[in-house]
Ligand binder design. Structure first.
Ligand code: F6R
Length: 242
């Protein structure tokens, strides 16, 4: 795994944006894997700016998001669908029909999961996937477990993840307990992966991801096995590395 240590959130976001710009210049019809949460906000801001300057276009891009809460309508203010619309999709020239996010309100979640993987495969797989990391080492919503869950699947969110994500909701009781997430295999099949981490609350997870055993108890540790993965980590998140 390539490791790039940067000063702060801004530098992390700029460096990540440069990888995306290079990807889109090389392949304008790239399939991008996208994440939500606080971590990619700076990256999306940079990409919006590059797009507005005319340096890149999303016109031919297809995107797949990592995850979505079960039970939230797409226009719910805390749904990941709404987040993506606000932070990226409505600000660039991406075609709405080319943006995919698992449906959290599907009547048949199992079919939704299977269909999601099939659709990713039908578009030729993900060229570049961005990931954040949970304090418990999760990627997507693949929580610490006894086994790596392979494909897009339904997850029960960890108590820590529910507490961490409560900041986006009125109260902790409003945080959905379940989500749909791409699985580890889906993520690992991406041709290139960039994991971003900023802030001291991520330091322990980063240390375990890079120096610990490869184990489903630290889902991000599997990235040590990916042939083209880069972690862009700011100084605070890197503070427990030697
Ligand atoms: C979001 C996702 C999660 C987050 C992680 C970090 O789509 O898949 O794995 O990347 O929970 O969240 P933040 O960035 O809010 O610290």
């Amino acid at each position: 795994m390539n490791i790039i240590i940067v000063k702060d959130f801004e530098e992390m976001s700029r460096k990540a944006a440069h990888l995306f710009v290079a990807q889109l210049l090389n392949k304008p019809d790239s399939v991008l894997g996208l994440a939500t949460g606080s971590t990619p906000l700076g990256l999306y801001r940079e990409l919006v700016a590059f797009c507005n300057q005319g340096m890149i276009s999303f016109d031919k891009v297809v995107s797949f998001n990592l995850d979505e809460y079960i039970g939230l309508e797409p226009d719910h203010p805390q749904s990941y669908s709404h987040f993506m619309e606000q932070e990226l999709f409505s600000r660039v020239d991406i075609r709405p029909e080319n943006t995919f996010i698992p449906s959290g309100i599907s009547k048949d979640v199992e079919a939704e999961c299977k269909g999601y993987d099939k659709r990713i495969a039908a578009y030729g797989g993900i060229d570049l996937q961005v990931l954040g990391i949970g304090r418990n080492g999760h990627i997507g919503f693949n929580e610490p477990d006894l086994k790596f869950e392979a494909r897009t699947h339904v997850v029960q969110l960890d108590e820590q993840t529910i507490r961490d994500n409560a900041r986006f909701f009125k109260e902790i009781g409003d945080v959905p307990r379940r989500a749909i997430s791409m699985g580890i295999k889906t993520i690992m099949q991406s041709r290139q992966i960039v994991l971003l981490a900023s802030g001291k609350e991520k330091a322990e997870a980063i240390e375990k991801m890079l120096n610990g055993n490869i184990t489903p108890e630290v889902p991000a540790s599997v990235l040590q096995l990916h042939p083209n993965a880069t972690a862009i980590i700011d100084l605070a998140a890197a503070s427990l590395l030697d």
